[in-house]
Design a protein. Sequence first.
Length: 322
Amino acid sequence: MSEPCVRDVSEREILARIMAVLGPLSTAEVGPGDDAAVIAVPGGRVVATTDTLVHGPDFRLAWTSPRDLGWKAAAVNLADVAAMGARPTALLVALALPDTLPVTFVDGLATGFAEAIGDLAPGCAVEGGDLTVSDTLTVAVTALGVLDDRPVLRSGARPGDTIAVAGVLGAAARGLDILFARFRGSDGAPVPVDDASLTDVERRDVAAQLRPRPPLELGPAAARAGATAMMDVSDGLLLDATRLADASRITVSIDREMDAAALRGGEDHALLAAFPPGRVASGFDPIGRALPRGGHAVLVGGVPPEGPRGWDPYRDWDAGRG
């Protein structure tokens, strides 16, 4: 007998499967099951962010397991909370599910969320969300966090600050290149990843794309160390450094030699920060400095970079699915 699909069960049954995995993790005053969660907020300040993963531009089911998708959906939102210098406390998850999906897909998705939270942000939990039906699988997540210190914005960097990065740059882009180059059929459609065909280095790069590990604990650490500006590197170092430079009205000068993947590749979810001289937080590696704003937002080796700077879904999506 074939396993039931989403269309064969009720919303209540799908929700029950999710809550069987995620419900016990709740620490809210009022957790999942009511119209909204009630979450205690030390200091009265909440950091909130949202991100949506859509089948096609953001992931391909042929390459991404339900557990990996749940992990990634959690991780990319948790990274934005950490980039403000905050500690993640809660996730709200909205799922638009094709009715042909096996219901075990939902189990795997919930397990991926639980694994990411347990590994990356202990004490955080999924505290609610929404379910609906759609031809396009979509995972929308809102993340909430609390501040133990001041929020670290993109706009606070000053000339003379040290520019530094925590986390790995370029691995996710290399992983995506491997997927597109090695795991597509004759018609160009994605085919499942043959893990045994990958070297150890390639396997790490693919994992960086499918299961990113943002250095969440270093966000609050950067705030405590006096970071003047910070952001999540999700669309490529050059593009995100441009955003930080524009917000702070400085020029970011990158002095460290880097390859194209590290400079232009997206989805690393590293942390890019500016620190006063001599106060770089442990775990961050200096890559350059902040200069008074000149004619360019970013310089690499003293010259402005040429060509596309990072990932733009409106420009770069190949319109493929799979």
